[in-house]
Write a protein that binds this ligand. Structure first.
Ligand code: GLC
Length: 470
């Protein structure tokens, strides 16, 4: 448990933290439904798993990209707005396969610039990118030899977007992964015959195993053998009745056999508890849980999880979706996630021309401005050792003996009570200017005297040096 150890505290504090962790651990084991037991492939030790997960745990912030044929109608079919998620238009309208597939001829993203997308992610402070290699509609953004329903064979663009983005990410030093939908509305052996109810929870296809063996696995093999940059496989569409935890487990092991260092989400299995995102079955496959559009209220100590979230209300581009979250909300969500020990995967939905909407770019830029000053309090941090203070959040970096106080609400009287802190910190300063601040004891505990003007209206970060000076 290298990563979960608390920062350097006094002995008493350490005992208290240990006691709390023990109580939490006990609580968690009794609530089996809250558990996501870390999957270990046969032969992988705990420390080998820690090594495999290390970059992912340090990264904390990534970019999700939903891009595919659905960007062409962009939420409008035959002149009518189709409500719901942009990438679900085929199911929501609903659209027959022979009417949907010709959209490929209109998919010509001449303005797609992989380096520009990667730069947008990197400038925002993101450390990895996950893009849809194949969404529920079955269309592949990579050059698949198993199918001609892909960007190289079926569109006038004729270029492999996954290859371009994977190489650009590698050049920029970002990690890279692909989303892959198990559900497939295009394949006759999968969900295509279920039209108009592609997402039926009860429909089964007697030929589903043929789809798995002759189409899905060969496509996945192409991805993990021909794209050396792929570090993560991000499954989805696993809730169909033709899929099970057992199938997920064998797929997980097969993939790890092909690429031992792959990190695979828990949607490879079948027991995710809806949007809460953690697997109900303690033996379910997958390396991390996937809460969707939400942050677990109390956090999930001791497990790996990643909240994925949209910047507006949809994943795939939808021309009329203007429900944009502001940069303050987005940064505070990232802080909230980090303070609970998770990663934040924030989505963009590029247009059919290949552009990330400017509303997304401008928000990501603002996040990047904040991250350039305060990134130290996010990357490589672990969950708060002191719970959730009323004024904001804590993150911690035990290796550096530091706790970070993320102050959302700047106190009017200029005094911030460091809730939870037992011993006086050796030093306290703002990341924005690193000038030492005075700490005093009050009836409520240790309090820092803050300057009158906060350095950030989004979140001002204090460093608490908890390691006592020798
Ligand atoms: C949901 C949606 C899917 C989207 C995913 C991202 O499962 O069905 O369209 O890709 O969320 O987590």
């Amino acid at each position: 448990m290298t990563r979960r150890s608390p920062p350097a505290f006094t002995r008493d504090q350490e005992m208290l933290v240990r006691f709390r962790s023990l109580v939490l651990a006990l609580l968690l084991t009794t609530t089996a439904t809250q558990r996501l037991v870390a999957q270990r492939a046969v032969g992988e030790s705990a420390s080998q798993k820690d090594a495999r997960m290390a970059w992912w745990r340090d990264a904390r912030f990534g970019m999700f990209i939903h891009w595919g044929l659905y960007a062409v109608p962009a939420g409008v079919w035959k002149g009518e707005r189709v409500n719901g998620l942009g990438e679900w238009i085929m199911a929501r309208a609903p659209i027959r396969g022979d009417e949907y597939a010709p959209l490929a001829r209109q998919f010509n993203p001449t303005q797609f610039d992989a380096d520009a997308w990667v730069k947008t992610a990197k400038d925002a402070g993101m450390k990895y990118i996950i893009i849809t290699s194949k969404h529920h509609d079955g269309f592949a953004l990579f050059d698949s030899k198993v199918s001609s329903y892909d960007i190289v064979d079926a569109t006038p663009y004729h270029r492999d977007a996954i290859k371009a983005l994977a190489s650009a990410a590698r050049r920029a030093g970002l990690k890279f992964g692909v989303y892959y939908s198990i559900m497939d509305w295009h394949h006759p052996d999968a969900q295509a015959p279920a039209y108009p109810d592609y997402n039926s929870r009860t429909a089964t296809n007697p030929n589903f195993s043929r789809y798995v063996e002759t189409y899905m696995k060969p496509q996945l093999r192409e991805l993990v053998t021909q794209y050396p940059e792929i570090d993560v496989l991000w499954f989805d569409g696993e809730w169909i009745s033709d899929w099970s935890d057992a199938q997920g487990k064998s797929l997980y092991e097969w993939l790890r056999g092909l690429r031992p260092n792959l990190i695979i989400n828990n949607r490879v299995g079948h027991s995710r508890q809806g949007m809460a995102g953690m697997s109900a079955n303690p033996d379910a496959p997958g390396d991390f849980g996937t809460p969707e559009q939400r942050v677990p209220p109390e956090g999930l100590p001791g497990v790996d999880w990643e909240t994925c979230m949209t910047l507006n209300d949809t994943w795939g581009f939808q021309s009329f979706d203007d429900g944009w979250k502001d940069a303050r909300t987005l940064v505070r969500t990232l802080v909230d996630v980090a303070s609970k020990g998770g990663n934040f995967l924030l989505n963009v939905g590029p247009t059919a021309q290949g552009l990330i909407p400017w509303q997304s770019v401008s928000r990501l830029r603002e996040m990047g401005d904040w991250m350039r000053v305060n990134g130290e309090a996010i990357y490589g941090t672990t969950a708060s050792p002191y719970g959730l203070p009323a004024w904001g959040r804590y993150t911690a970096k035990s290796s550096a003996g530091r706790v970070y106080a993320h102050v959302f609400d700047w106190p009017k009287d200029g005094r911030l009570t460091l809730t939870g802190l037992q011993a006086k910190p050796a030093a306290v300063y703002l990341l924005a200017d690193r000038k030492p601040l005075t700490v005093e004891q009050t009836a409520d505990g240790w309090a820092v005297r803050l300057p009158a003007v906060r350095p950030s209206a989004i979140s001002s970060v204090l460093v608490l040096e908890t390691r006592s000076t020798r």
